[in-house]
Design a protein around this ligand. Structure first.
Ligand SMILES: [Zn+2]
Length: 112
């Protein structure tokens, strides 16, 4: 799969998979997003390294399309929306790491 990803092939992730900065108070901060660059569509070129390839992350429960772009070359991440909007979207799925039961599945029961 790596190396042959097409542009229209988003990766599906839950929010906790994308957390890279634990000691941030906001969800966007935890995911490592900044408001410096916002890309409504997948970027053509990474502003940081001029890389041309991106991973696009669709976050389950947050939005039906990818909302985070990640440069394959330098791992910089870029938001699809304004950070205020991003924060709202990520807030919807925040419970996924604090209390999975809120999400309607309880893995424990299945193993009893
Ligand atoms: Zn880059």
């Amino acid at each position: 799969m790596a190396g042959s990803k097409s542009k229209d092939d988003p990766l599906y992730a839950v929010l906790i998979d994308l957390v890279r900065v634990e000691n941030q108070s906001t969800s966007t901060g935890k995911v490592g997003l900044s408001s410096e660059y916002i890309f409504p569509d997948e970027p053509n070129e990474c502003p940081a390294c001029q890389g041309k390839k991106f991973r696009s992350y669709e976050i389950l429960g947050a939005h039906d399309d990818p909302i985070v772009w990640e440069c394959v070359n330098c791992d910089m991440r870029y938001p699809r929306f304004d950070l205020i909007v991003m924060e709202e979207l990520l807030d919807k799925v925040k419970g996924l790491w604090t209390n999975p039961d809120d999400w309607g599945f309880s893995p424990k029961e299945e193993f009893n």
